[in-house]
Design a protein around this ligand. Structure first.
Ligand SMILES: [Zn+2]
Length: 271
C-alpha cells in the first residue's frame, strides 16, 4: 500500500442539532431521569481533500448546497439549521484555503448522498469530474426522493444524472494505489468510508456519517434517529473498530466539531 497521500480537512460550517439524532436514547425520558435536557449540539460539516501522488486532489464529501436556507425543506432547516456559515465555509473558499481550486479536483468520492454531503456537487455541474459513490447509494437517492420515504435527508435538487457518476459495487475497493474505500452501510444503504495513508502522519479514516460524532465510535454507542439499519450499522462499526486498531488510524467523523478543530489546529495539511 502506497503511503504518500496528503490530507487536508475542510470546515464547511456548523449546524445545531438535537443529540438524539446522533446518539440513540440521548434525550429519552427514563425513570432515573424523567425530565432530560434536550441538548442541541453544535456540529461541523466536514469534508476532506486527499492529494494522491498519481491522481491529484480528490474530494471526499462536499457539504451542503451553498444556498441551503432556500434549498432545504423547512423541517430539515428547523432540525439542522446551518447557523454558522461565513465566506470561509463555502466549499470553494475552504478548498482555496488549503491550496486548491474546484477545477483542480480530479475526482469526488461521496461518503453518502444526504443533503449535507452531496449539496456541494453543485460545483461540479457541467464538468466531467468523476463522482464515485456506491451503487446502492445512487439508487437510494432516487428511491428516497421518489417514494418520499426519506425526502428531506435526500434532496431532489441534488439528483443530477448529468454528473459523471462512477458507481462502486464491492465491499472494498482500492480506488487508486493505496487509497481504499469500503462499503459500510447502516446510516444509509451505500455509505462509503475511505482510508488515507500518509507518509509521516499515519493512516486516517474518513468515515462520513458512519459516525456523526466521536462519542458513538469511542463509547460504542448506537446511532440515534439518523440511523436507518442498526444491524448493518453494527457490522460496519465492528469492522471499523478492527481497522482502526490494525492501522492505529486517526478517525475523522462526519460532524464532530471538536475533532475537526483539534486536527486542523495540528496541521493544515497532513503529509
Ligand atoms: Zn451528515
Amino acid at each position: 500500500m502506497a503511503a504518500n497521500c496528503k490530507l487536508s480537512l475542510l470546515d464547511l460550517g456548523r449546524l445545531d442539532v438535537d443529540d438524539g439524532f446522533f446518539i440513540r436514547g440521548a434525550t429519552a425520558a427514563l425513570q432515573s431521569n424523567p425530565h432530560p435536557a434536550f441538548e442541541r449540539r453544535r456540529v461541523a460539516v466536514v469534508a476532506a481533500v486527499v492529494e494522491h501522488p498519481a491522481v491529484g486532489p480528490i474530494l471526499f464529501d462536499t457539504g451542503c448546497v451553498q444556498n441551503a436556507r432556500d434549498e432545504w425543506p423547512e423541517p430539515a432547516w428547523d432540525a439542522f439549521p446551518r447557523n454558522v456559515y461565513s465566506d470561509e465555509h463555502h466549499l470553494d473558499n475552504a478548498l482555496a484555503a488549503v491550496g486548491y481550486g474546484v477545477s483542480d479536483i480530479r475526482a469526488v468520492v461521496i461518503g453518502h448522498l444526504h443533503l449535507d454531503h452531496a449539496g456541494g456537487l453543485e460545483k461540479f455541474a457541467g464538468t466531467d469530474t468523476p463522482v464515485y459513490a456506491h451503487e446502492l447509494e445512487i439508487k437510494q437517492h432516487y428511491y428516497a426522493v421518489a417514494t418520499k420515504e426519506d425526502i428531506g435527508a435526500y434532496l431532489p435538487g441534488d439528483l443530477n444524472w448529468q454528473l459523471n457518476w462512477q458507481p462502486l459495487h464491492r465491499e472494498e475497493t482500492e480506488l487508486f494505489d493505496g487509497l481504499v474505500v469500503r462499503h459500510m452501510p447502516g446510516h444509509t444503504p451505500g455509505l462509503l468510508t475511505m482510508q488515507v495513508p500518509t507518509q509521516n502522519s499515519g493512516h486516517f479514516m474518513l468515515t462520513s456519517d458512519l459516525y456523526h460524532v466521536r462519542d458513538v465510535f469511542e463509547q460504542d454507542l448506537t446511532q440515534g434517529w439518523l440511523g436507518r439499519d442498526s444491524q448493518s450499522w453494527y457490522r460496519s462499526h465492528r469492522w471499523m473498530k478492527q481497522l482502526q486498531r490494525r492501522y492505529n488510524a486517526t478517525m475523522v467523523y462526519g460532524h464532530d466539531a471538536s475533532v475537526l478543530e483539534e486536527l486542523t489546529k495540528q496541521a493544515k495539511t497532513f503529509d
